[in-house]
Design a protein around this ligand. Structure first.
Ligand code: 5AD
Ligand code: SF4
Length: 443
């Protein structure tokens, strides 16, 4: 009988893309996707440890499968991703959940198929967590889940060691893929009909540094954009410390590069930014924003912001609010600082009580939402171009995003998925827009 898999993904786009890679491995072994966990012969948890709550979620969901595993010995549970790659995590996991069959890390994701085969031949659990990352290995990604968008890794790992962040510990040092490999993957995807490519890296601005700097990130953008045609090119994430003129020029030069730039600021207080090891001040950040806005008129900015970092005072927090206003972000991902064992910040004195963190995040979210709402309001009556991504059965509407990542909904008599369409915006609510489809003559 046909075997089915179900993958549970926690965390960021990087993990979403890695789950596609895992799905490809399972499919190459004859598995097909189950509609839900209950219908699966194997459940794979692709975990994240960037914040404690993501970890707790994963622990809770793995624990919930204990009963089923007891009743059905043939049912398999695999756990991989960032969480397992932390020192001592695999042992902790095995102790807590001895019924888990396969444990693997971030550095050996592509070996998942071999681990699955190994498990088929033995009763004992298979645990394989390489201590160190290896060189970049080119993989042929056979399965994707996000048409018309396709994720393309340009590099792995991070060298920055922001003091709060676990990523450099679990994903290793920066390793860039060869520019030829990235360009040929992107072009092949466009030839296959993908309409949007999102380049992924923890800090795309340092792309190529580990390979002698023969091809920088802006040069990579130029190379990809040599491909003519209508498509969108996005990238994430940029560290502001390395965000420079050359990149701004590349963004401005190509119609295909979306003019929504994600530039995580984290905080607005220079003292906190220093403690975070971010290597820029609020003023330097705002100068870069100004440079970007001058060179790319009409561009929009999104960001990541954290509250409640150790020793953050009300005054520091006010500086964050001030910066959110000054930078005029269109959207922001907001986080409460989470203490990650092994990072420099975990050892700092002055950890902030939870009530204070909660109160600050509420105020921050309120401000960010107001700014986002206001930006949405300015869309009323305007015509925007949407790349249609999906169909919402409940609403009986198609949906997609504009260049700036705003979600737009519209009615259509036929599927528009994968098409660029124009809609006239009639309603706005928070981050989304609703409008009427403007059909081309002859349709
Ligand atoms: N606590 C809270 N947020 C964090 N991030 C990274 N580490 C932590 C942490 N320890 C946030 C940062 C980063 C985003 C991907 O996650 O804002 O930009
Ligand atoms: Fe973490 Fe900083 Fe690297 Fe981003 S740049 S992954 S926040 S260490």
């Amino acid at each position: 009988m046909e075997k089915k898999y179900y993958i549970v993904t926690y965390g960021c786009q990087m993990n979403v893309h890695e789950s596609e890679k895992l799905a490809g491995i399972l499919r190459s072994r004859g598995y097909t996707e189950a509609a839900c966990e209950e219908g699966a012969d194997i459940v794979v948890f692709n975990t994240c440890c960037i914040r404690e709550n993501a970890e707790n979620h994963a622990y809770g969901n793995i624990g919930a499968l204990k009963k089923r595993k007891k009743a059905d010995r043939g049912f398999l549970i695999a756990v991989g991703g960032c969480m397992t790659q932390q020192p001592g995590a695999a042992e902790k996991l095995r102790k807590k959940f001895p019924f888990v069959d396969i444990v693997f890390g971030t550095h050996n994701l592509e070996e998942f198929g071999a681990l699955l085969d190994q498990k088929a031949g033995q009763k004992k659990a298979v645990v394989s967590i390489p201590e160190k990352e290896g060189p970049v290995r080119e993989e042929d990604i056979s399965y994707r889940t996000s048409y018309p968008n396709a994720w393309v890794n340009i590099m792995y790992g991070c060298n920055n060691f922001c003091s709060y962040c676990i990523v450099p510990y679990v994903r290793g040092r920066e390793r860039s893929r060869a520019p030829e490999a990235v360009v040929s993957e992107a072009w092949k995807l466009l030839d296959e009909g993908y309409k949007e490519i999102t380049l992924l890296g923890q800090n795309v601005n340092s792309y190529g540094n580990d390979a002698g700097g023969q091809c920088s990130f802006p040069q990579l953008l130029h190379k990809i954009c040599e491909k003519e045609g209508k498509y969108r090119l996005r990238f994430m994430t940029s560290n502001p410390k390395d965000f420079g003129e050359e990149l701004v020029e590349a963004i401005a030069a190509h119609e295909q590069v979306c003019k929504l730039i994600h530039l995580p600021v984290q905080a607005g207080s220079d003292r906190i930014l220093r403690l975070m090891n971010r290597k820029y001040t609020a003023e330097e950040y705002l100068k870069k924003v100004e440079m970007l806005r001058r060179a790319v008129p009409g561009c929009q900015l999104s960001t990541d912001i954290m509250v409640g970092f150790p020793t953050e005072t009300e005054e520091d927090f006010q500086a964050t609010l001030d910066l959110v206003k000054a930078a005029d972000f269109s959207a922001a991902f907001t986080f409460v600082y989470s203490r990650r064992s092994g990072t420099a910040a975990a050892a700092m004195e002055g950890q902030i009580p939870e009530e204070v963190q909660k109160e600050r995040i509420m105020r921050l979210v309120e401000l960010v939402n107001a700014q986002t709402r206001e930006k949405s309001l300015s869309y009323r009556g305007k015509t925007v171009e949407i790349l249609c991504e999906d169909y919402d059965e409940k609403k009986n509407l198609y949906l997609g995003r504009d260049e700036y990542g705003r979600m737009g909904y519209f009615a259509s008599g036929r599927s528009r998925i994968g098409e660029f369409v124009k809609i006239k915006v009639s309603e706005t609510s928070g981050v989304s827009l609703a409008g009427e489809l403007i059909t081309e003559e002859g349709e």
